[in-house]
Design a protein around this ligand. Structure first.
Ligand code: ZN
Length: 88
């Protein structure tokens, strides 16, 4: 039985968490996990903050934006993230 290649591999949330933790830098003083930019999630480039919120906290409504509560724009620590409904 052959193993088909090129099939999209769906990462488990645990895999994504490990990747986020390895890629980010932890600031011991503030507890911030700094990871600017984007990571690839399920074959798509997504904002690292959104990826972190998604795997640690849960689904983000498409109308929500993720903001940091600690003032560090690059922070992806889920404890420092909040989802807010966009004002429309
Ligand atoms: Zn932070």
């Amino acid at each position: 039985m052959s193993v088909s290649q090129g099939v999209a591999v769906v990462e488990s949330p645990e895999d994504v968490k490990r990747r986020l933790e390895e890629a980010s830098e932890t600031n011991i003083a503030t507890g911030c996990w700094s990871l600017p930019g984007e990571i690839e999630l399920l074959g798509r480039k997504v904002d690292a903050r959104r990826a972190s919120y998604f795997v640690y906290i849960g689904t983000i409504g498409s109308s929500k934006r993720i903001v940091t509560t600690c003032g560090n724009h690059d922070c992806i620590n889920p404890d420092h993230l909040r989802a807010f409904a966009s004002e429309h």
